[in-house]
Design a protein around this ligand. Structure first.
Ligand code: APR
Length: 247
């Protein structure tokens, strides 16, 4: 497979950049074997629409079903590793004075690859919190398929993930938009650019004069507006970009 082509002008922009933001979605974890959010569900979960399960209403209606779905996803994620795309972003961070990584992913693979200070817009599947008090609970027992009880108040525990209809963590979203406003270059990688408010982050960067690069094998609603659109897989494009940047 020939290496993807990285525009020379983009390499120059990166070399001159003082602050680079990278904004990722499920596509950057696809090459690790983590199905993207809108990929067809498999096995016994095939009959469920993730958009139906990842909601407070679903958890209210059937906490055991939602808890088991996340336990299934957590188990799958526990068996995968960061891919070349995640690792290339760790290297990119070392090539620029200021680097901000913002992710919509909940799999923790950026941190596992070595990325620091990751802004998690939608939470983290490995973190569990009290459904009532919202405090993160470090030690909990998985007894049977049902959600464990909070040791402090006895209510259900739930994944520390932002469900559809829930507000994003205030600090995360404000830090993300602040970085988008200040950066020189923003990469939008592996996201369908469909879910707000996250999908507006690259537009914020564009409006503040940043160079915006999209890396995705498929076009998205953002593609028409970006400075550079590189069609392809992040796990191939990002290592090539790093090689050309450091050549
Ligand atoms: N490299 C780069 N991009 C890829 C790759 C790859 N190897 N494989 C797939 N993609 C792209 C797809 O073309 C698609 O545009 O990744 C994108 C994945 O889109 P979604 O599944 O919609 O995931 P995402 O954009 O992260 O969803 C945003 O909405 O679904 C909710 O909370 C969930 O965080 C998620 C948010």
């Amino acid at each position: 497979m020939s290496s993807p082509t990285i525009p020379h002008q983009l390499i120059e922009k990166i070399k001159q950049a003082q602050h680079i933001v990278v904004f990722t979605g499920a596509g950057i974890s696809a090459e690790s074997g983590v199905p993207t959010f809108r990929d067809a569900q498999t096995g016994l979960w095939a009959k469920y629409d993730p958009l139906e399960l990842a909601t407070p209403e679903a958890f209210q209606r059937d906490p055991k079903l939602v808890w088991e779905w996340y336990a299934w996803r957590r188990e799958k994620i526990n068996h995968v590793k960061p891919n070349a795309g995640h690792l290339a972003l760790v290297e990119l961070a070392q090539q620029v004075p200021q680097f901000t990584l913002i992710t919509q992913n909940v799999d923790g693979l950026h941190q596992q690859a070595g990325s620091q200070n990751v802004i998690e817009l939608h939470g983290n599947i490995h973190r569990i919190k009290c459904a009532n008090k919202q405090n993160v609970v470090e030690n909990w027992q998985q007894l049977d398929g049902s959600p464990p009880e909070c040791p402090l108040c006895g209510d259900h525990l739930r994944p520390d993930i932002v469900w559809f209809g829930e507000a994003l963590p205030v600090d995360a979203i404000s830090n993300a938009f602040a970085a988008a406003e200040q950066c020189d270059v923003l990469f939008s990688i592996g996201t369908s650019s469909l879910v707000q408010p996250a999908a507006s982050i690259p537009l914020e960067a564009l409006q503040h004069g940043a160079t915006v690069v999209e890396i995705n094998p498929n076009p998205t609603p953002l593609t028409e507006q970006v400075t550079f659109s590189i069609l392809g897989q992040a796990g191939q494009i990002l290592p090539t970009l790093i090689r050309q940047l450091t050549a």
